[in-house]
Write a protein that binds this ligand. Structure first.
Ligand SMILES: Nc1ncnc2c1ncn2[C@@H]1O[C@H](COP(=O)(O)OP(=O)(O)O)[C@@H](O)[C@H]1O
Ligand SMILES: [Mg+2]
Length: 292
């Protein structure tokens, strides 16, 4: 998907290419365990939350979150329902503004910026349903996502020259998503898990360095879950992933590190082994709600 291109997008594409190149190295380090276990050892922080709070009216939902994502890692956020996981994602992607605290992406503070600006800076999240056009084909949906990355404002002649490249990129994304056979199917007629794949694809169409997925396997059968985990693993091989997931098998097999959010605070961050062995986590969460 890293196609070097054109006027309006030149800056962001160059940025993404650089980010991905760096990310792949860090990613391997993280998955080898070294960077994940010892973030201080040369690994770069790509996304950092410091002292983040969020209140709705009188109620404080996020109560001082500090979190640093290492470039290339897959980082799961787990925690009971209502802990504030989705709220945290809304804060990072710009749908909500923190009441206090800072969120830094590649060294630039992003809290309070518009979601589309944060997206152009290299962070994408998938939204269930809302970013899909059910009356358009899978191909058209993805092409729209890619067009949005290039910006729609450039002039007609340049656009004509770019149509082929954008089509090629769309085909490539279709293949990565394993949706080639459904290329011309209306998005609204896809199977449940294919729709989830398309949603992930719409997030990836902006070629982000950091991807946020909020319960992408929700409502899936075991088989669909296994399939989608494989897809996510493949699609995020050269990116940084932050994922909210309830299925502990998935969390522990997919993640380099896990953070546990309980009642708006992170009570532990560590490797899957560290989290599994953490007494506080077992008491607060794993022991009660989930069997491991
Ligand atoms: N826009 C909102 N206004 C008021 N309360 C909200 C809003 N969004 C979420 N909440 C509350 O914040 C808490 C955390 O919600 P959420 O982030 O969705 O939790 P999780 O994703 O961990 O299940 C819940 O009690 C929820 O009712
Ligand atoms: Mg949620």
């Amino acid at each position: 998907m890293n196609v070097p291109i054109v006027e309006n997008a030149a800056e962001s594409v160059a940025g993404n290419a650089a980010g991905n190149a760096a990310g792949s190295t860090a990613g391997h380090a993280a998955r080898n365990g070294a960077a994940a276990r010892n973030p201080a050892a040369g690994a770069r922080t790509v996304l950092e939350l410091a002292g983040v709070h969020k209140s709705f009216g009188e109620t404080e939902i996020i109560r001082g979150v500090d979190l640093a994502l290492i470039e290339g890692e897959r980082h799961a956020i787990i925690g009971p329902n209502g802990a504030g996981k989705s709220t945290l994602f809304h804060l990072i992607s710009g749908q909500l503004q923190p009441t206090r605290g800072t969120i830094t992406l590649d060294g630039r503070q992003i809290q309070g910026l518009e979601p589309r600006v944060i997206n152009r800076m290299g962070l994408a999240r998938s939204f269930q349903i809302t970013n899909i056009f059910p009356g358009h084909s899978v191909f058209e949906n993805l092409r729209f996502g890619i067009l949005r990355r290039y910006g729609l404002q450039y002039n007609f002649w340049r656009r004509v020259a770019q149509v082929r490249r954008i089509t090629e990129e769309t085909e490539q994304l279709l293949e990565e998503l394993r949706l080639l056979k459904s290329r011309d199917v209306l998005a609204g007629e896809l199977s449940y898990s294919e729709q989830r794949s398309l949603e992930i694809g719409m997030a990836l169409a902006s070629d982000p360095r950091v991807v946020l997925l909020d319960e992408p396997m929700a409502g899936m059968s075991r088989e669909e879950t296994d399939y989608t985990v494989g897809l996510i693993r493949q699609l995020t091989a050269r990116r940084t992933l932050m994922i909210v997931e309830h299925d502990m098998d998935v969390v522990f097999s997919l993640s380099d590190r896990v953070s546990v959010l309980v009642y708006g605070q992170i009570i532990a961050t560590g490797t899957p082994d560290e989290i599994r062995a953490n007494r506080q986590v077992q008491e607060a969460y794993l022991g009660t709600e989930v069997s491991v």
